[in-house]
Design a binder for this molecule. Structure first.
Ligand code: NAD
Length: 287
């Protein structure tokens, strides 16, 4: 490949740990090259101890912006000059823009998920959805769905630390949007069946279905799946979890987490560059 790095080349950084497995550098560098944008995207092994200094360097080195992943998304909120509405409601930042030294924290995970629904021609605006999980991925999706106009969200989680921690937050999100949000115990299969019957979408936002839980499914009774229900998973390794497979066998439209991954990157790219990511060029490298 021709080396086009010059004295003008701008940097976008990813701060996370562990980080070497990330596909984000491939996604963004492919897009920069395809559009002739004079920028590079590099991954830096940064944890919470080094985060403040790393974020300072966005200003000091006049970087174009940054991405954050685990374990930095929540702590980064403290270091932002401004927050987008989604980042404020979620309480976590995955994308930073740098406007002449003013750092704004955004969260594009939820917009990534919402855009991925278009790929399977599913529209949940004004409707009800049921989501299993109440961690970071779930919270980002809940907030964006609520901001986008989903009418009601029923959240199911097992009774662990996440259950207790998310209760107040869901109430806060509900108060600040036009969305009714309720939290339920995942072991209550009767309520789950009733809520799924009223929902247009059922989503797994837990790690159940990927290593080391790849044999497991977040629900046990698949008779609640019907052909006009959309069923999604945030997991993309494997491409089809047992949960998605069982849903597909019952005729549901299904989608894995690859779209969410791709479109959260596309939304960040558009914030940094003001240009649309060339999805048709980038998508094949992660499939
Ligand atoms: P997290 O640790 O913040 O939350 C984990 C959630 O899973 C909690 O709700 C927890 O209660 C639940 N959970 C864990 N073990 C469980 C079990 N055995 N049974 C039932 N529930 C269980 O994690 P996260 O960051 O929200 O990530 C969750 C999943 O989302 C991971 O698989 C991650 O890879 C995936 N993810 C995908 C994308 C994407 O772009 N597609 C983005 C972020 C995260």
């Amino acid at each position: 490949m021709e080396n086009k790095i010059t004295g003008h080349t701008r940097l976008v950084a990813l701060f996370a740990t562990p980080i070497r497995h990330s596909v984000s550098p491939m996604i963004h560098n492919t897009a920069f090259q395809a559009l002739g944008i004079d920028a590079v995207y590099l991954a830096f092994e940064v944890g919470t101890a080094g985060l403040e200094q790393a974020i300072d360097s966005i200003k000091n080195l006049d970087m174009m912006g940054a991405n954050l992943s685990m374990p930095n998304k929540i702590l980064a909120v403290e270091y932002m000059d401004e927050l987008s509405e989604a980042a404020r409601l979620i309480g976590a930042v995955n994308t930073i823009t740098n406007d002449q030294g003013k750092l704004t924290g955004h969260n594009t995970d939820g917009t990534g998920f919402m855009r991925s629904l278009k790929d399977i021609e599913v529209d949940i605006i004004g409707k009800k959805m049921t989501i299993i999980g109440a961690g970071g991925a779930a919270t980002a999706i809940i907030v964006q769905a609520a901001l986008d106009g989903v009418k009601e969200i029923t959240v199911y989680n097992r009774k662990d630390d996440f259950y207790d921690k998310i209760k107040e937050k869901l109430a806060y999100i509900s108060e600040n949007t036009n969305c009714t949000i309720t939290l339920n115990d995942l072991s209550d299969e009767t309520s789950l069946a009733k809520d799924v019957a009223e929902s247009a979408l059922l989503l797994n936002a837990t790690g159940v279905g990927m290593k080391p839980l790849q044999e497991q499914t977040p629900i046990q009774d698949f008779s609640i799946i019907r052909p006009d229900l959309a069923v999604c998973d945030v997991i993309y390794t494997p491409r089809e979890t047992e949960f998605l497979k069982q849903a597909r066998l019952r005729g549901a439209k299904t989608n894995n987490g690859l779209g969410m991954l791709l479109y959260q990157g596309a939304a960040a790219f558009e914030k940094w560059t003001g240009q649309e990511m060339p999805i048709e060029i980038v998508k094949p490298i992660i499939e």
